[in-house]
Design a protein around this ligand. Sequence first.
Ligand code: XMP
Length: 325
Amino acid sequence: DWNMPDYISEAVEAIRKQVGDDEVILGLSGGVDSSVAAALIHRAIGDKLTCVFVDHGLLRLNEGEMVMNMFAKNLGVKVIHVDATEQFMGKLAGVTDPEAKRKIIGREFVEVFQAEAGKLKNAKWLAQGTIYPDVIESAGKGKKTAHTIKSHHNVGGLPETLNLKLLEPLRELFKDEVRELGVALGLPHDMVYRHPFPGPGLGVRILGEVKMEYADLLRRADAIFIEELRSAVDEEGRSWYDKTSQAFAVFLPVKSVGVMGDGRTYDYVVALRAVQTQDFMTAHWAHLPHDLLGKVSNRIINEVRGLNRVVYDISGKPPATIEWE
Ligand code: XMP
C-alpha cells in the first residue's frame, strides 16, 4: 500500500541526491519502462537529462512521431532522435538467421547509442528503466528457461564502455507500480498500458531477411489489427486489446494467389498473433471473436496493397513461442 504523490517526491529527492549536478543520459525506446524512467528523472532534474531515441526503422506505425510528440513536445524533455534506419537495414541485408538478426540489431543499437552518448561530454550517468523483475531475472542468469531460448536485446555493457555510473530509479518496482507511476507523472494511459514490444522490433516479426518494403507492409497491417482490438469493447467496457497480453501481426515472405476485382493477385501473407499470459513463459492463443478476425482480415486485404491473405496463429506456448522468431 503506497501513496503515489509521496512516492514521487521521495523518488525525485533520491535522484537529486544521487546525481547532484551531474548530467544524465537515457536510452528511450518508447517502451513503458524507459518512458516512465525518463518522465521521473525529468521531474527530478529537468534539462540535465538527455534522452537518446534510436529509431532502427523497425518500430510500429508512427511510433517515432508518437515518442517525440509525447516527450519532446508535451513533456519538454530533451530528446535526440537518431534515425538509423539506413544503417540497420544495411547491416541486416542478406541475413536470415533469427539469432544473427537479433545480434546485429543489438550490436548496432549499442553502437549508435554510444556514438550519441559520446557527444554528450558532461554526462556522468546512464539511466535505465530496469524494473524489479529484471533484477531478479539477471540474478538467475544462466538458468535455461523458456525466456532465455532467445537472446534478449538490451543495452547491457554500455555503462562500462562509456564510463558512466548507472541510475536505475525503477529497480524496486513491479510492472503494475511502474504503470501507476507513469500515469501519475502525466504519461497517457494508453501508452503506459501498452503490450510489450521486443527490442529488435519488427526485425523478429519479419521472417527471414528484413527489408523495408516488408516492414512497411507489416506496420500497416499491425496498426489495423491493434486499432480493431482497441475498438472491440465488451459490455463492461473492456477492449480485446486489454483482454490480451500481446497482439501483433507477423510478415511471412511467401506469396499466394488471390483475386481482386477481375484480376488475379500474387501477394504476401500476414499472420495475426494474440496471446493471453501471466508471465510470458507460457501463453494461450486468444479466442478472438470470428467477426472481429473477419473485420481485421478484410481491412488488411482491402487497405494494404501487397497483402492478399491473412491467417490466425492458434499455437500455444509451449510448444510455439510468442514471437515467430
Ligand atoms: P517468446 O517469443 O520468447 O517471447 O515467447 C516472450 C516475450 O519476450 C518478448 N521478446 C523479446 N523482448 N527482445 C525483447 O526485448 C527480444 O529479443 C525478444 N524476443 C522476445 C516477446 O515479445 C514476448 O513478450
